[in-house]
Design a protein around this ligand. Sequence first.
Ligand SMILES: Nc1ncnc2c1ncn2[C@@H]1O[C@H](COP(=O)(O)OP(=O)(O)O)[C@@H](O)[C@H]1O
Ligand SMILES: *[C@@H]1O[C@H](CO)[C@@H](O)[C@H](O)[C@H]1NC(C)=O
Ligand SMILES: *[C@@H]1O[C@H](CO)[C@@H](O)[C@H](O)[C@H]1NC(C)=O
Ligand SMILES: *[C@@H]1O[C@H](CO)[C@@H](O)[C@H](O)[C@H]1NC(C)=O
Length: 356
Amino acid sequence: MSTVQKTRAGDSSRLSQNALFGMGNPLLDICAVVDKDFLDKYGLKPNDQILADEKHKALFEEMAKKSKVEYHAGGSTQNSVKIAQWMIQEPHKVATFFGCIGTDHFGEILKQKAAEAHVDAHYYEQSEQPTGTCAACITGDNRSLIANLAAANCYKKEKHLDLDSNWGLVEKARVYYIAGFFLTVSPDSIMKVAKHACEHNKIFGLNLSAPFISQFFKEPLMNVMPYVDILFGNETEAATFAKEQGFETDDIAEIARRVQLLPKVNKNRPRIVVFTQGKDDTVATVGEKVTMFPVIDIDQNEIVDTNGAGDAFVGGFLSELVQEKSLEQCIRAGHYAANIIIQRSGCTFPEKPDFQ
Ligand SMILES: Nc1ncnc2c1ncn2[C@@H]1O[C@H](COP(=O)(O)OP(=O)(O)O)[C@@H](O)[C@H]1O
Ligand SMILES: *[C@@H]1O[C@H](CO)[C@@H](O)[C@H](O)[C@H]1NC(C)=O
Ligand SMILES: *[C@@H]1O[C@H](CO)[C@@H](O)[C@H](O)[C@H]1NC(C)=O
Ligand SMILES: *[C@@H]1O[C@H](CO)[C@@H](O)[C@H](O)[C@H]1NC(C)=O
């Protein structure tokens, strides 16, 4: 190995705790194998992704009683920072995570799961709403996902982010990442973090997360956009954003270029735009330059479950970004993490990464 190629341990030793900050909707993922009667009882399709309503009330407790139930720390942003921490391995607690949970049993499990993933999670705990959950009801190769945001919707800037002990952790970070979903919960928290990053010439990343964010949360989204140093999204989300902004193009490279040119406060860093396209090349733009990065080729029969591929991509990307690596290396790490996750069921990963 040449001297330029440092070992992983050598690389990460430059990393300090809390260097990567994430904030979002924490969900406890509850996975269990169920039968057709269970799906019918709750009116579920074998392959689906829905938000919970009244008729799903008892579902989560019933899942928890299954003999082989598995729990994971979930939610889009928490997944991404968890994967970043997994890629980094040492030291522990490079990733910080803030979000809101309930003072209940599921909340206790979530805290334990975040700790097992070596993420430094500091939750705002309140007793009005229960901890958010996402049930994965598995039948054969099919999975039906039912999400209940509950407490995740209750994050309050004044009650948590503003507290000195918490804000101190924000100040320790160099890279910030928030999924667009959180714009529906606490846009003022997002603005405070984004402005802090900007004032200290640190990196603030945002994910478009879903088409409905560009459609129905346009105002908070465009308020934060001038502070966004790195914008993530997939092709569908990019297309919806372009349509909503009146770009009048569906060419993904052109959309990336236009997003890159949107007003930006911190002129020291040109905005980077990264759009993934499933099995097709990832598009990234810095300045005038649009580059296509091929994903890791995989026999499509090897794919078990593409859920969480986007979150994993972001996690891999952030793990190198926080080590000040090149854009190319960040994207390689993103593709690596996504490639691992799509070959497994749910957003799980092996003990250690094998990425150089
Ligand atoms: N069919 C696939 N073949 C190979 N890689 C894939 C495939 N689907 C997803 N990936 C990997 O996951 C990344 C994100 O996938 P994408 O489908 O854009 O995210 P999401 O659907 O979660 O928003 C891709 O850039 C790629 O690395
Ligand atoms: C999986 O879902 C498909 C339809 O989405 C169905 O045809 C198939 O029978 C299901 N498999 C199992 C094991 O439930
Ligand atoms: C992109 O993400 C959206 C959710 O925001 C999802 O519905 C869609 O299938 C994804 N598109 C691709 C091509 O993976
Ligand atoms: C976030 O960005 C990734 C990568 O660009 C994308 O695939 C994904 O759909 C976006 N949304 C979420 C929730 O990860």
